[in-house]
Design a protein around this ligand. Structure first.
Ligand code: NAP
Ligand code: ZN
Length: 345
């Protein structure tokens, strides 16, 4: 075991505080990563505040991890000391089930999450708001040269979570895509869809971030507070990608789809959506969900980002600002991902 520094939530209602945690000794296929940056995902907040169910405390969150390999176990061939690597939302799975064999480890019933999950040794996993982490080498991604570790960190969750549905629904040249919510996920969704050749519209609560949205490559940017938006854009999109962390009147967004279009939800609000049957029946529309993405697809996304020069738009913060940053995320005041400089942990 080794003792490392971290920032943990002591309970659902108290601010995060500096602490130390134990990381396991390296197993044969484990690597020790010296974390350089950890992105702040809204899921960290939902989880640490027990909004998705009672979390174990103290809890260290963080599943957008970028750093360098500091040590490798005896059987590791995939990574070497000094390699630039990333860890996302998963740190293990069974490797044997149909989903694992297909590279969809996110659907494995035995998937181990990066935090708030029971590891194979029975301990609760602790995430990336920390200086070091020990993970199975197969769950560490290669961060290509050419992407800074700071702008790469958010790709490990925000990047793959938006990339996976864009790929699953075949977004490409000429696709008409609406991205709802211009936060951490949304700003990645816009960049990735644009790079795939789609015509992208941002649907945001207001026009405050319009200039940024257009700079990211969107062709249109509309305020959802204005009812005209829903009239003007009715029936226009092949895919609506909802990244909003709060409940939305989803019926209005379904109306934006072309016949047989899909609204794919990745946001995780606590309250359920209300979906009238006829909002799906008319136009033969689909309402779908998507959960991060598998390890092979995460590598595909990282390679694509390196190739296209895509990274997250970030604000790097010292660890002591993490509570302030969380409040700003909750208030939709983030442009567009906070990233903790692990050297300050
Ligand atoms: P974020 O940075 O806070 O972005 C969410 C955006 O939603 C905000 O920037 C805001 O965009 C919009 N929004 C927030 N409150 C709203 C409200 N009351 N009404 C309308 N719009 C609102 O969060 P994130 O890190 O991107 O995560 C977004 C959601 O996805 C979270 O619920 C998170 O847990 C979930 N998530 C899911 C997966 C998955 O695998 N499915 C993975 C990661 C995260 P505007 O200011 O532009 O309106
Ligand atoms: Zn996340």
């Amino acid at each position: 075991m080794r003792t490392v520094k971290a920032w943990a939530a002591p309970s659902a209602t108290e601010p995060l505080e500096a602490t130390t945690i134990e990381r396991r000794d390296l197993g044969d296929n484990d690597i020790l990563i010296e974390i350089a940056y950890a992105g702040i995902c809204h899921s960290d907040i939902h989880t640490a505040r027990s909004e998705w169910g009672e979390a174990p405390y103290p809890l260290v969150v963080g599943h957008e991890i970028a750093g360098t390999v500091a040590e490798v176990g005896s059987a590791v061939t995939r990574h070497a000391v000094g390699d630039r690597v990333g860890v996302g939302c998963m740190v293990n799975s069974c490797r044997e089930c149909e989903q694992c064999r297909a590279g969809n480890e996110q659907y494995c019933p035995q998937q181990v999450g990066t935090y708030n999950s029971t590891d194979r040794d029975g301990t609760i996993t602790q995430g990336g708001y920390s200086t070091h982490i020990v993970v199975d080498a197969d769950f560490a991604l290669k961060i290509p040269e050419g992407i800074g570790l700071d702008v790469a960190a958010p790709l490990l969750c925000a990047g793959i979570t938006t990339w996976s549905p864009l790929r699953r629904w075949g977004v490409g040249e000429g696709s008409k895509v609406a991205v709802v919510g211009l936060g951490g996920l949304g700003h990645m969704g816009v960049q990735l869809a644009v790079a795939l050749g789609a015509e992208v519209t941002v649907l945001s609560q207001s026009l405050k971030k319009q200039e940024d949205g257009l700079a990211l490559g969107a062709v249109d940017y509309r305020a959802t507070s204005d009812d005209e938006t829903f009239k003007d854009l009715r029936g226009k999109f092949d895919l609506v990608l909802n990244t909003v962390s709060a409940q939305l009147p989803i019926r209005k967004y379904l109306g934006l789809l072309k016949p047989e279009g899909t609204l794919v939800n990745v946001g995780g609000p606590v309250e359920p959506f209300e979906v009238p049957a006829f909002s799906l029946i008319m136009g033969g529309r689909s309402l779908a969900g998507s959960n991060i993405g598998g390890i092979p697809q995460t590598q595909e996304m990282l390679d694509f980002c390196a190739d296209k020069g895509i990274g997250a738009k970030i604000e790097v913060i010292p660890a002591e600002k993490v509570n302030e940053a969380w409040e700003r995320v909750v208030a939709s005041d983030v442009r567009y991902r906070f990233v903790i400089d692990a050297a300050t942990i």
